[in-house]
Design a protein around this ligand. Structure first.
Ligand SMILES: Nc1ncnc2c1ncn2[C@@H]1O[C@H](COP(=O)(O)OP(=O)(O)O)[C@@H](O)[C@H]1O
Ligand SMILES: [Mg+2]
Length: 303
């Protein structure tokens, strides 16, 4: 059901910043309320998600059933699995997903999806040990399993916010929802060609992402590097460079590899996902996950 925002978005306005706030008596919101109540009830009774989901059932439940429109910050120390996590969410999304990668090439991301979908160790997809036709057959299977995923390879070129917004709208087409992932907001914002300082670039980048989320009414998973003092312990203010990460976001999620925990024989290592901030449910919840690095796969520990 169209909300006020999505009606504006389909008119293709990029000029919302120029508009003035709407003045609304509560009674004038009743029509929008009705659309929303009908959509919520339909989703509830049919068990369908009201928007892009993470496909991790406990996490989706804690976040209010789906990823709400707005910016969801995901942070963790290096190598803990931010890219693997966000890529899995995007590839499994029941709606079109745009994965903007300023860190890793599209081919490397494709290998990661292929490892997960076909249960082939990532190392084997890289080493050359597979006969090319066998390797390609695996890749085909992965591509077929993620038909709604589009990767924007921004490792070599800057993706301006207006371009991201236009591309996301194009990919959404007639679909009711779209998911955008930015990996990572630091690498993306630093690419900004004006050469502004890191702090300013991050704030400008965050503001641009919030504007995109508001205008086209979509959730954005924004990966954030962790600052040095919080590298080990995380916490709500652990995203490096800008305090604004914690303010404007719908949620702040952090991943940490459990201390001293070795992976088991199946290669699963325990990782805790902490919901540091949650506008759509209770904050402070911890969800136990298992991460298989070789297969680039996250799953809930208790399932
Ligand atoms: N060939 C591999 N075999 C086993 N694990 C791997 C392999 N390649 C990557 N990994 C795992 O994936 C992790 C990297 O995950 P990634 O999502 O890139 O982390 P982040 O984005 O947080 O830096 C590594 O730390 C490692 O645990
Ligand atoms: Mg990464």
């Amino acid at each position: 059901m169209p909300s006020t925002h999505s009606r504006e978005a389909t008119n293709g306005t990029a000029s919302q910043a120029d508009e003035r706030p709407s003045l609304l008596r509560l009674a004038s919101l009743l029509e929008e309320w009705q659309f929303d109540a009908e959509a919520a009830h339909l989703a509830f009774t049919t068990g369908t998600p009201r928007g892009p989901i993470t496909s991790l059932p406990s996490l989706d439940r804690e976040l209010g059933g789906a990823l709400a429109p707005g910016v969801h910050v995901l942070h963790a120390g290096p190598g803990v699995g931010k890219t693997a996590f966000a890529l899995q969410v995007a590839a499994l999304s029941p709606f079109p997903a745009l994965y903007l990668s300023a860190e890793m090439s599209a081919l490397e991301l494709f290998r990661r999806v292929t490892a997960r979908v076909t249960s082939t160790f990532l190392g084997r997809l890289r080493s050359g040990e597979l006969e090319p036709t066998a390797s390609l057959a695996l890749a085909r299977k992965a591509a077929a399993a993620a038909p709604q995923l589009t990767i924007a390879d921004a490792t070599q070129s800057w993706a301006p916010p207006e371009w991201i917004m236009a591309t996301a709208q194009l990919l959404q087409g007639d679909a009711s929802h779209l998911l955008l992932v930015v990996d990572s907001i630091h690498s993306w914002a630093e690419f900004e060609p004006e050469g502004i300082a890191e702090y300013d670039a991050l704030n400008a980048g965050l503001a641009a992402l919030r504007r995109i989320a508001r205008t086209i009414v979509c959730p954005i998973v924004a990966i954030a590097e962790r600052n040095r003092p919080s590298m080990k312990d995380g916490g709500i203010s652990a995203a490096a460079g800008s305090r604004k990460f914690e303010y404007g976001g719908e949620s702040v999620l952090s991943l940490s590899r459990d201390k001293d925990a070795a992976g088991d024989a199946a290669g699963d290592a325990p990782v805790t996902l902490m919901i540091e901030k949650n506008r759509n449910g209770a904050p402070g919840k911890k969800i136990k996950l298992l991460f298989n690095g070789a297969l680039q796969r996250f799953r809930e520990a208790d399932r």
